[in-house]
Design a protein around this ligand. Structure first.
Ligand code: SF4
Length: 126
């Protein structure tokens, strides 16, 4: 059956000419609901790993996580291009220079064609 809407996978395939897959990343960040700025208990929308892989707390860099993700997703989905998905916790919650470094590290890797950044509105300042 043909989709009655223009889905993201089709859009990305039309732009890049191949399957594009998200790589879930854990940048080792936190969230104001967990670090005590607002509370320490978290909320119902994530677990103690921020609903992510836990790779950040294992000490894996963004580059290492992306290289592993690429290998896996190439085999599993025959993906050729990737979006770096900063998934765990709130990924704009931190000093500007640190965040910029994390995003730029991801964008510098071959075949990374974009970023997806999970966060919350009160963690996006000027
Ligand atoms: S990262 Fe998001 S889901 Fe998790 S505790 Fe913070 S606000 Fe809630």
């Amino acid at each position: 059956m043909t989709n009655r809407y223009y889905d993201l996978n089709s859009y990305l395939r039309n732009i890049f000419g191949c399957r594009v897959q998200k790589i879930s990343l854990d940048a080792g960040l936190t969230c104001p609901n967990r670090d005590g700025r607002i509370s320490t208990g978290g909320c119902m929308y994530c677990n103690s790993r921020g609903s992510g892989t836990g790779a950040g707390s294992q000490g894996l860099s963004i580059t290492e996580q992306i290289m592993r993700g690429k290998e896996f997703l190439k085999k599993r989905y025959k993906a050729q291009k990737f979006i770096a998905y900063f998934q765990s916790f709130s990924n704009t919650y931190g000093p500007y220079e640190k965040l910029k470094g994390l995003y730029e590290e991801a964008l510098a890797i071959d075949d990374i064609v974009g970023l997806s950044i999970g966060t919350r509105p009160d963690c996006v300042d000027e």
